[in-house]
Design a protein around this ligand. Structure first.
Ligand code: HEM
Length: 386
């Protein structure tokens, strides 16, 4: 019998578009079988209504230890030492962890971070401009901004910001040294904060959870790491890919430059169009009827958010975005940091295009090197000139 189940590709030939072969996958219907890396099969959800229904369904699990949890790339490793990571937990533990964090992401807390984000963005641009063109926008701007913002979010003292930023930039180095340095640093910081409280997410959690015996010191340090893992590369790759996309679409960039009021909508549209968190993996815990199929208990399911978000349009239009896109997911795991990420993106794009009106790509789009086969889409450097 011929195998008619198509394989899904994680890599993107065009860094702005969903993975290769997406059009064919979409044609197979909103819910269809696919073959994953390593030969396992899973369900792929490409329809918007079906994706939202599945992500809101209590009969799916995000637990990476489930036998059929969809593995999408060869480098996929289970973050066993990060099991306080909200995103890989199911209720009731997920509910408990998420509730702890919610008070650090309120509208008021994000509003209070805005002036700090403005300062960080301005300082980074000053340094990049002073060093003169050309520059690697990823290393000198797009990645440092979110790691500095996470310092402010967590309550890392100002004098440690450079160290924290440097270590987070090397967090994925194969020798694991920077990752270890960060864990050690956060453990020490938690100890210091117990005796000398400051202002930030770690301090909030010490006052609200550690003092009550609901979280121990080590779990708190890991919670800090989890925030870095969730909010650093994601925001950094959105800043760099978003810049690259706008620079390659002059008509859209002109609208962003002409009127600052366009920027929030443009951010939303860039999030939708790029959907850098390409796939959202789940496992069914009970039988689920979806799109005319029965997803059996134990089956792996992958929501192809990057494909779903193009159902609205394959064109980028900064004046006309879609409200209910899935770039931040949907349901109980919907991105906790989304309003912080929006604030960072708005402030980063506003200052970048205002301060450097002649900014341009230093190499053609197809020569910019990509992150290889990564579920989180991005580039490895972004050469720019002005
Ligand atoms: C543009 C930047 C960002 C993007 C595209 C993004 C995307 C996402 C997505 C798609 C999810 C859901 C994953 C799933 O359902 O499996 C998620 C969850 C999460 N994100 Fe973000 N994120 C961004 C920035 C941030 C920032 C800045 C923070 C915080 C510092 C953050 C913290 C979290 C947390 C804690 C979760 C887990 C929520 C839960 O499981 O309840 N994210 N993010």
């Amino acid at each position: 019998m011929t195998d008619t189940i198509p394989a899904i590709t994680v890599g993107r030939t065009c860094p702005f578009d969903p993975p290769d072969g997406s059009a064919e996958l979409r044609e197979r219907g909103p819910v269809a079988r696919v073959r994953l890396f390593g030969g396992h099969t899973a369900w792929l959800v490409t329809g918007h209504a079906e994706a939202r229904a599945l992500l809101a369904d209590p009969r799916v699990s995000s637990d990476q230890s489930k036998p059929n949890y969809p593995v999408l790339q060869p480098t996929h490793t289970r973050l066993t030492d990060l099991d306080t990571t909200v995103v890989f937990n199911d209720p009731p533990k997920h509910t408990r962890l998420r509730r702890m964090l919610i008070s650090s992401f309120t509208v008021r807390k994000i509003a209070a971070l805005r002036p700090k984000i403005e300062r960080i963005v301005t300082e980074r641009l000053d340094a990049m401009i002073a060093a003169g063109p050309p520059a690697d926008l990823l290393a000198s701007f797009a990645l440092p901004v979110p790691s500095m913002v996470i310092c402010e979010l967590l309550g890392v003292p100002y004098e440690d910001h450079e160290f924290f930023e440097e270590q987070s930039r090397h967090r994925r180095d194969p020798d694991g040294q920077a990752l270890q340095n960060l864990v050690t640093y956060l453990r020490d910081l938690v100890q210091k904060k117990i005796y000398k409280p400051g202002d930030g997410l770690l301090d909030d959690l010490i006052a609200e959870q550690v003092a009550e015996g609901k979280l121990d010191h080590d779990e708190l340090a890991m919670m800090g790491m989890a925030m870095l893992v969730a909010g650093h590369d994601t925001t950094g790759h959105m800043i760099s890919l978003g810049t690259m996309l706008l620079l390659s679409k002059p008509d859209q960039l002109a609208k962003v430059r002409a009127d600052q009021a366009v920027i929030p909508g443009a951010v939303e549209e860039l999030l939708r169009y790029l959907t850098i968190a390409t796939f959202l993996p789940r496992t069914a815990t009970e039988d689920i009827e979806l799109g005319g199929h029965t997803i059996k208990a134990g089956d792996g399911v992958v929501v192809a958010s990057s494909i779903v978000n193009r159902e609205h349009s394959d064109e980028l239009d900064v004046d006309n975005s879609m409200r209910q896109h899935l770039a931040f997911g949907f349901g109980i795991h919907q991105c906790l940091g989304q309003n912080l990420a929006r604030a960072e993106l708005e402030i980063a794009f506003r200052h970048l295009f205002h301060r450097i009106p002649t900014l341009r790509l230093a190499v053609p789009v197809d020569e910019v090197s990509r992150r290889p086969e990564a579920v989180l889409s991005g580039v490895t450097e972004l050469p720019v000139d002005w």
